[in-house]
Design a protein. Structure first.
Length: 250
C-alpha cells in the first residue's frame, strides 16, 4: 500500500487525503439528496457541512491531545508536534454532532429530522475514510498470521514488513453495513431520533469490537479499555437512553 499517489513539485497527493475528500463529498451529496427527497429545505446543507467539519476537526484534535497528555506533561512531545501530528475519529464524530446541533438550533431547523437524515451519510463517510486509513497504514491492527493478514512496506505509521490484522478494512466494512442498516431504519422509522439512537448503539458496539484488533496502543487507555472503547461505553448508553425515552412516550 502506498499513501503517496503522485507529486507535482513540492506538493504530494496522498491517498488518505483523497479518500477523506471523497468521503466528505459523498456524505454531503447523500444528505442533500435525502433532504430533498423528504421535502426538507436543503439550502443550508453546505453551511451545515462546513460547520460540522470545523467542529469535528476541533473535537478530533482535542481528543487526540487528551490521549497524548501524559507525554505532553513529561515533555516527551512538543505541543506543536501534538497539535499537527494526529487526530481521533471518535472525537471528530462527537464534535461534528455538537456543531450540527448548535447550527440547527441557531437556524431553527428541525433537529431530530436533521440528525436522523444525516446519520446514514456519516456512516458512509466513515466507510470511505477508513479505506484512506488502510492505504496510509494508520489505525493499524495487531500482529496477525491468520487469514487476510496484510504487511505494509512504505507506511509512516504501521510497522513495516510485519503481518497485521486489517483493522481498517474491518472498520470500513462495518461502516458500510451500518450505512445500509441506517438507511433502512430511516425509511421505516416511526418516531424521531430512532435513526440517531440506532447509530449510537451500533457504531459503539462495532467500535468496541474493532478496538480489540487495533495495534496502535499509543492512543491511550482508561483502565482496561482503550480511550475509544471507554467513550463508546457512554455513547452506547446514550443510545439506549434515547430508545427508552423515544418508546416510553405515549
Amino acid at each position: 500500500m502506498h499513501n503517496d499517489l503522485f507529486s507535482i513539485g513540492p506538493l504530494t497527493l496522498h491517498t488518505y487525503g483523497l479518500m477523506t475528500a471523497i468521503a466528505i463529498i459523498a456524505a454531503v451529496l447523500f444528505i442533500e439528496r435525502q433532504m430533498k427527497k423528504k421535502q426538507m429545505d436543503a439550502s443550508c446543507v453546505y453551511e451545515l457541512a462546513v460547520t460540522c467539519l470545523l467542529s469535528g476537526y476541533a473535537g478530533s484534535k482535542l481528543l487526540y491531545l487528551f490521549t497524548v497528555l501524559p507525554e505532553l506533561l513529561k515533555g516527551q512531545i512538543r505541543l506543536a508536534d501534538a497539535f499537527f501530528g494526529g487526530w481521533v475519529v471518535l472525537g471528530g464524530i462527537l464534535g461534528g454532532m455538537a456543531g450540527g446541533y448548535l447550527f440547527c438550533r441557531s437556524r431553527r431547523l428541525p433537529v431530530p429530522q436533521m440528525f436522523d437524515t444525516a446519520m446514514p451519510g456519516i456512516a458512509l463517510a466513515q466507510g470511505i475514510g477508513r479505506i484512506g486509513c488502510f492505504f496510509a497504514g494508520c489505525c493499524y491492527g495487531i500482529r496477525w498470521n491468520g487469514p487476510l493478514a496484510v504487511s505494509f512496506t512504505h507506511s509512516e505509521f504501521a510497522p513495516n514488513h510485519v503481518p497485521l490484522f486489517p483493522s481498517q478494512l474491518l472498520s470500513s466494512a462495518g461502516d458500510f453495513l451500518l450505512f445500509g442498516i441506517l438507511l433502512l431504519a430511516d425509511r421505516r422509522k416511526k418516531r424521531d431520533w430512532e435513526v440517531t439512537a440506532c447509530y449510537l448503539l451500533l457504531y459503539s458496539l462495532g467500535r468496541i469490537a474493532v478496538e480489540f484488533f487495533r495495534g496502535d496502543l499509543e492512543r491511550g487507555a482508561v483502565g482496561p479499555f482503550s480511550t475509544s472503547q471507554f467513550i463508546c461505553l457512554f455513547t452506547f448508553g446514550a443510545g439506549v437512553l434515547m430508545l427508552f425515552m423515544i418508546h416510553g412516550r405515549s
